[in-house]
Design a protein around this ligand. Structure first.
Ligand code: SAM
Ligand code: GLN
Length: 284
């Protein structure tokens, strides 16, 4: 195929993904992503010629996806909460479940609550803390990660949205200063023994420091429970993403560490345990 319109390129890609058993959504994800278009832009440009070098790049990306590359790493961008974020192989690709965690925090704390101090622990691309800051500009948000490479991506994403956000390289709370009203985290929580449930493309391409945790995936929750108390304001709430089989165990970890806290589990839209909230009381 030498010269193609965008419509023809899309059609070619649809049959490529169908032949190679790749999810159909990859076609538009790549085509729109590489052009920085929305669907309407694509429709309006259907009959335009796609430059040859673009078509070659598009075919190359589809081929890489066939060989296991996540399309978001090829584009260098991913969507989260209606916005684009830079991603690299040093950062986890944002997951849809994590949008529900952000929504939970936003629903609990309305627009009128200002001056809250928030920490996003293990921020990766920065998606949680940055989305919270964009939705609640008066909040004082700090991003942390143990990976300097991830943190530098988070900083770029904060700059992209013109945000003034602190970012600190820290092993959980080790170099964090101050106390917080809201601490939110999507830590690594997958047990080595659960590898068989994962896509090969995740195992091969996403950073293992973002995915795996010792103690059946519970190690970071245990550490958070042991280390968090001196970082809590008088009124403080912790929000965590959890693995779909970890609800009971994570609840128990925090119940034991904070007997008078109120603890709530929440399902994701697929009906699985996916988040937990710990409301601390003044006496803790
Ligand atoms: N918050 C991002 C998101 O939701 O897409 C990334 C979440 S990823 C599952 C976990 C992140 O925690 C990774 O960026 C990883 O580098 C970081 N991390 C792992 N161990 C950590 C630790 N001990 N202290 C701080 N961050 C850690
Ligand atoms: N939910 C992600 C996955 O299944 C992992 C995120 C995490 O470990 N926090 O790949």
């Amino acid at each position: 195929m030498s010269s193609v319109t965008y419509f023809e390129a899309q059609k070619w890609a649809s049959s490529f993904v169908s032949d190679h058993k790749i999810d159909e959504s990859v076609v538009n994800l790549l085509l729109l992503g590489m052009k920085n278009w929305n669907l309407t832009d694509l429709l309006m440009n259907y009959q335009q010629q796609m430059p040859q070098h673009e078509f070659e790049k598009f075919k190359d990306m589809l081929n890489k996806v066939y060989h296991g590359w996540p399309p978001q790493y090829l584009l260098g961008e991913a969507d989260f909460f209606g916005r684009k974020f830079k991603v690299t192989e040093n950062t986890l690709i944002p997951r849809q479940e994590t949008e529900e965690l952000v929504e939970w925090v936003l629903n609990d704390f309305g627009n009128n609550q200002s001056d809250l101090k928030i920490a996003d622990i293990g921020t990766g691309t920065g998606i949680i803390g940055i989305s919270l800051k964009l939705e609640r500009p008066l909040w004082d948000v700090t991003l942390t990660d143990v990976s300097p490479a991830a943190l530098s991506v988070a900083r770029e994403n904060a700059q992209r949205y013109g945000l003034d956000i602190k970012s600190i390289c820290s092993d959980l709370f080790a170099t964090l200063k101050g106390k917080f009203n809201i601490i939110v985290s999507n830590p690594p929580y997958i047990a080595e023994s659960e590898k068989y449930l994962m896509d090969q493309s995740v195992i091969e391409h996403e950073p293992h420091v973002a995915l795996f945790a010792a103690e059946k995936g519970l190690f970071v929750y245990q550490r958070i429970a042991a280390e968090i108390s001196s970082y809590l304001e008088k009124e403080a709430v912790l929000y965590l993403e959890i693995g779909f089989r970890q609800g009971k165990a994570v609840k128990q970890i925090f119940q034991q560490a904070f007997p008078s806290a109120d603890i709530f589990l929440k399902n994701d839209i697929t009906g699985h345990d996916r988040m937990i909230k710990v409301v601390f009381h003044n006496d803790q």
